[in-house]
Design a protein around this ligand. Structure first.
Ligand code: SAM
Ligand code: DTB
Ligand code: SF4
Length: 335
């Protein structure tokens, strides 16, 4: 049953695994309709957040995440590069803002960051500059502790992306160089520093339906709930252990998006990696079911994304408009 948590903050609702299963197993159109209704209760019906993603440090990562082309352990097409300079990043961030993005997300292929490391200092300097542009600033730099999290917040980060990626049980099948609990500890540090958490996962790695729902169960237990939830479909990257995974069934994706929307009504649900393989109609169904954020730009970190012209045309055809920065749900006050 639903349990109200907290008395000082707005009430949040914890959804159990069996409730998630019941939601997910509804007849398809009932599920999609419920997702739509929950979405309309909390969000402007026609707004989609446009996020630009930039890989500021590509490849050469020590970790062995089985889906990732940036791991140094696999022979992929990705070459290791050094950390980009602030000016170069700033120029791209300015262009992203001119193109209508309201969130700028910078990703680094690192196991994590340490206070005192000159590269971390360099990233803090970059964030200070990017945050002056008025977009939401998100970074994904791997593991950190409270010290680094506080510094990132002070520099101007609004959200930290750190995905749990799948269920706790399936996680060790995909990654051996760090644990699911390591991921949770980083997320806790981000929350303790007062940053928003962007946390979601990947489907299509060989996990079961129950793994996907267990992942959602973990996300619904976050306190506070994640500000945004990226749902990535695996981009099967040549050279990685998961290179031969078949594509995700689109109706399974829509079911998961609707279930996420219902379980986490106030989170932005981001239709993330894998959009390049979805038809316009499939994407429209994802938006209808409750997705309200996308990565906007021809490239994700290393993999393909739909072109900006195609995305602009799709938004026009569906009468969707970009969500302004720092938008929040109807029942939440911006701080
Ligand atoms: N190194 C940091 C980390 O692991 O948190 C930040 C970058 S990492 C590439 C960010 C996220 O991208 C991963 O957690 C995963 O969800 C997603 N991702 C990476 N490769 C992917 C792929 N091939 N397909 C779909 N999502 C992917
Ligand atoms: C997230 O959940 N998806 C983005 C972002 N957070 C960093 C990354 C997708 C990466 C897709 C594979 C690639 O580009 O290498
Ligand atoms: Fe490294 Fe992140 Fe890729 Fe894992 S997902 S190999 S930690 S860049």
């Amino acid at each position: 049953m639903r349990v109200a948590r907290g008395t000082l903050r707005v009430y949040t609702w914890r959804v159990t695994l069996s409730e998630l299963q019941q939601i997910y197993d509804q007849p398809f159109f009932e599920l999609v309709q419920q997702g739509r209704n929950v979405f309309l209760q909390h969000w402007k019906h026609d707004e989609v957040q446009l996020c630009t993603l930039l890989s500021i440090k590509t490849g050469g990562c020590s970790e062995d995440c089985g889906y990732c082309a940036q791991s140094a352990r696999y022979h992929t097409d990705v070459k290791a590069e050094k950390l980009m300079e602030t000016e170069e990043i700033l120029a791209i961030a300015r262009r992203a803002r001119e193109n209508g993005s309201t969130r700028f997300c910078m990703g680094a292929a690192w196991k994590g960051v340490r206070d005192g490391d000159p590269r971390f200092e360099q990233v803090l300097g970059t964030i200070r500059e990017v945050s002056k542009l008025g977009m939401e600033v998100c970074v994904t730099l791997g593991q950190l502790s409270l010290t680094e999290a506080r510094k990132l917040k002070d520099a101007g980060v609004t959200a930290y992306n750190h995905n749990i990626d799948t269920s706790p049980e399936f996680y060790p099948e995909i990654v051996s160089t760090h644990t699911f609990d390591d991921r949770l500890n980083t997320i806790r540090a981000v929350q303790d520093a007062g940053m928003s958490v962007c946390c979601g996962g990947i489907i299509g790695m060989g996990e079961s339906e129950i793994d996907r729902l267990k992942m959602l169960e973990v996300l619904t237990n976050f306190d506070p709930e994640p500000e945004s939830v990226p749902i990535n479909c695996l981009m099967a990257m040549p050279g990685t252990p998961l290179e031969n995974q078949p594509p995700v069934d689109v109706f399974e994706l829509v079911r998961l998006i609707a279930t996420t929307r219902i379980a986490l009504p106030k989170s932005k649900v981001r239709l993330s990696a894998g959009r390049s393989r979805l038809s316009r109609e499939a994407q429209a169904l994802c938006f209808f079911a409750g997705a309200n954020s996308i990565f906007y730009g021809d490239k994700l970190l290393t993999a393909k994304n739909p072109g900006t012209n195609d995305d602009r045309a799709l938004m026009d055809e569906l009468d969707l408009v970009p969500q302004p920065p720092h938008a929040c749900t109807r029942d939440t006050v911006a701080v």
